[in-house]
Design a binder for this molecule. Structure first.
Ligand code: SF4
Length: 477
């Protein structure tokens, strides 16, 4: 969007730039943009402070889910000059051009700023309704780095939004705050023709990719779309793919269309084996009947599937989490991603956690959702141990009784290692690097993991390897 308006734009990845700070500084930016999710909002602080010394005119803007739901970051005045709430395509142009012209920014929709020491969040404009009206994502910014363009699996998005509004996820509040109620849609899909054209544009320049991983919340967002996609994708692009699905909106016809289009693997969030927690607390919409029936249909049509699972939410006892293990054992996924519950301020359940005092406020758990929990609970060590050993409990014969005994032990590096081993395997497969290349990537990034002195409120120097391997909900294949 910025380039279309004649501005220069670039992207720098810390782990890929031997001298990250200097490289950015030498590029002489007028504005730096920082993406943020909760827990990862302060990593750039030390860099920004260094750049400000050399580039006195520098402005810093933060976007992403954290900034969209918590304007408090603006109080760190020397760090962030403005935030953007919700989708930033048009807001960033208005903001950058106002700064360039020396105009005030306080009337720009979506923008948040500090006024007399208090954060102010402007109203937001309607979300972009026609995704085809946007330019193709500027993948060259990322694929200039060999480690990204050498991946065999490409990340692409076909849509924005989600049919569900799970209470542990930001989507529910986004739906409340990002649409006006005057007919604008939150769930939007690119046209199939646009998507195929976008893909072919990428593949023409980066022919090494062998597979696509759709990062959308669910590729089955629109039934008619999926049918057209199945007709056109194999002819126009013809690349196998993996994707996320919402199984409460999936029927056999959709599965047939997914297969026809070239889908080899899907992922869905099982999250809890306790139906009551899944339906009543998480508002996930997946009944046990759906959880047991969809895997059978997927298997019938030869599509493999993986599950996402949450450990340690305030809604669950340890027994509920063992039920999640049992349900996975019954439906037999190809793999399980197991994340530790985090109380996001951008989610309904997270807000409730803060309101009723379920969160250990002073506890810094770092950026990862694989590492530790901020929740107050007496069985915390058992929960963390179960997250580490979950895949053993699911996939090893007799694994559950064994794991039930093991989780009583104190947390220890061996369990961390087991968790890391499964993460490594997952990341290697999902990223498309392969196991060996993934090890090389990890080794290359060791200085990122152990070498940094500080990342704002998080002491990165103490971050363990497991903290950094965050495949999250992108883990699909
Ligand atoms: S967790 Fe997944 S299914 Fe639920 S609202 Fe968020 S994106 Fe949608």
């Amino acid at each position: 969007m910025l380039k279309q308006r004649g501005h220069d734009a670039d992207c720098f990845i810390t782990g890929e730039e031997p001298e990250f700070e200097k490289t950015v500084q030498d590029w002489q930016p007028d504005v730096v943009g920082v993406y943020s999710t909760t827990g990862q909002e302060t990593w750039a602080l030390e860099h920004v402070l260094a750049w400000r010394k050399e580039l006195p005119h520098l402005k810093v803007v933060m976007g992403g889910p954290h900034a969209s739901f918590d304007a408090e970051i603006l109080r760190e005045g020397e760090y962030v000059d403005a935030i953007v709430k919700a989708e930033a395509e048009h807001a960033i142009i208005d903001l950058v051009e106002a700064w360039a012209a020396g105009r005030p920014i306080n009337l720009i929709p979506n923008i948040g700023f500090l006024d007399n020491g208090e954060p102010v969040q402007n109203l937001i404009r309607p979300a972009v309704q026609d995704l085809d009206s946007l330019p193709f994502p500027d993948v060259d910014l990322f694929y200039k780095y060999p480690f990204l363009r050498k991946k065999r699996v490409m990340q692409v998005h076909a849509s924005r939004g989600c049919q569900n509004s799970c209470t542990y996820c930001s989507v529910g509040l986004m739906k409340e705050e990002w649409v006006s109620g005057k007919g604008d849609k939150f769930n939007r899909t690119k046209s199939v023709d646009y998507l195929c054209e976008e893909m072919n544009d990428i593949v023409a320049r980066y022919p090494g990719f062998r597979m696509v991983n759709f990062g959308d919340a669910a590729l089955n967002m629109q039934r008619g779309w999926l049918e057209e996609f199945a007709d056109k994708w194999p002819k126009q692009v013809g690349m196998p793919f993996a994707c996320n699905i919402n199984i409460n909106f999936l029927n056999e016809e959709d599965i047939i269309n997914l297969k026809r289009a070239g889908c080899v693997s899907v992922q869905f969030g099982l999250e809890s084996g306790n139906e009551d927690v899944r339906l009543r607390v998480y508002k996930k919409g997946y009944t046990d009947k759906i959880v047991y029936s969809i895997p059978k249909l997927l298997r019938k049509h030869n599509i493999s599937f993986r599950t996402n699972n949450i450990m340690g939410s305030p809604a669950e006892t340890l027994d509920d989490m063992y039920q999640t293990v049992r349900q996975n054992r019954e439906i037999k996924p190809a793999g399980c991603t197991v994340l530790i519950y985090r109380p996001f301020r951008s989610s309904a359940l997270g807000r409730e956690d803060f309101e009723v005092g379920r969160v250990e406020l002073g506890k810094d758990i770092g950026p990862s959702i694989h590492s530790d929990s901020q929740m107050r609970r007496d069985d915390l060590d058992e929960v963390i141990n179960l997250q580490r050993l979950f895949n053993i409990a699911v996939f090893v014969p007799g694994g559950l009784p064994l794991v039930k005994q093991l989780v009583r032990m104190p947390r220890n590096p061996l369990f961390d290692g087991v968790g890391l081993g499964f993460l490594w395997y997952q990341h290697a497969v999902v990223s498309g690097f392969g196991m060996l290349d993934d090890i090389k990537l990890g080794v290359k990034n060791l200085s990122q993991i152990f070498g940094r002195k500080s990342g704002g409120t998080h002491e990165y120097g103490r971050t363990r390897l497991i903290d950094t391997m965050d495949v999250g909900t992108d883990a699909t294949i």
